[in-house]
Design a protein around this ligand. Structure first.
Ligand code: G3P
Ligand code: CA
Length: 269
């Protein structure tokens, strides 16, 4: 199913490649989305942040240290936060070798390059605004870049784009700026609080340990800003037994580093 036609309870959930196919290629790189594409996965997840000179890039951690060679290239710049480096500096970094020698030379992608690749692969995007509280205005900037990339046209907005965040205010801002764009809240608000989220969220996306049949039913029982029942995508599920379990609980999407493993598990059940 596509996000626009999410599965009702009992149907196979959509599988989303978390940070790309990040168990077989370095997370959040073009190699990771290409790997997901080669495995046949349409939906990929990523994390957007901003450089010191205001450019949007794709990176999960606030620091560049874990997934690049920044400590070698720029010693003494601890804690190597993405917000303390210019795009020029970040483009000098190797974002692949930490994962394996064959990925040497892989770069931290700009949002623009990333969107080009997703479009080229004909994939769809679950985009996370990561730590938006660190980057004032990142909601409008992201939407502006998406528009320039052709991703706010009707077709993309309807079927190929969801913007999510752990930060409810950021999601509210995205919704207020572009009410046609689908949004997701990362977390598990109480059932009593869900109606507030349904005013501006199309999805509630909790950690898998918080998913129960009752919670899924509560989410599905509400209509979002686009008058459809809310969806629930859960993360990060790499264990096939857990994938089968949450599918049985009726989730609409499973966000996983191992999309091939999850697909196999769901197909066997
Ligand atoms: O898409 C869900 C998941 O990405 C949230 O956690 O820390 O991997 O960004 P994190
Ligand atoms: Ca993420």
């Amino acid at each position: 199913p596509t996000a626009a036609q999410a599965a009702p309870a009992g149907h196979t959930p959509l599988t989303v490649a978390h940070r790309g196919a990040s168990s077989i290629a370095p997370e959040n790189t073009l190699a990771a989305i290409d790997a997901a594409d080669r495995l046949g996965f349409e939906w990929v997840e990523n994390d957007v942040q901003r450089t010191k000179d205001g450019e949007l890039v794709i990176l999960h951690d606030n620091s560049l240290a874990r997934t690049t060679n920044v400590e070698q290239v720029f010693p003494g710049r601890s804690p190597w936060n993405v917000s303390d480096f210019t795009l020029d500096e970040i483009e000098k970094l190797d974002a692949g070798s930490w994962f394996g020698p064959k990925f040497r030379g892989e770069r931290v992608p700009t949002l623009e390059d990333y969107m080009d690749e997703v479009e080229h692969n004909d994939q769809s995007l679950l985009m996370e605004l990561k730590s938006p509280e660190l980057y004032p205005g990142i909601e409008l900037q992201t939407l502006t870049e998406l528009r320039r990339a052709g991703w706010l046209g009707k077709e993309h907005v309807k079927k190929r784009l969801i913007i999510q965040s752990f930060n409810a205010d950021a999601i509210k801002t995205v919704h207020n700026l572009r009410s046609d764009v689908k949004t997701g809240f990362l977390g598990n608000p109480s059932v009593a609080d869900l109606p507030k989220f349904a005013k501006y969220c199309d999805q509630i996306n909790p950690v898998h340990t918080a998913v129960t049949r009752e919670y899924v039913a509560a989410v599905h029982g509400l209509r979002g800003p686009h008058r459809r029942a809310l969806d629930l995508y859960t993360w990060t599920v790499d264990d096939p037994a857990v994938a089968v379990k949450v599918a049985g609980l009726g989730v609409d999407g499973i966000i996983t580093n191992k999309p091939d493993v999850v697909r196999d598990a769901l197909e066997k059940h």
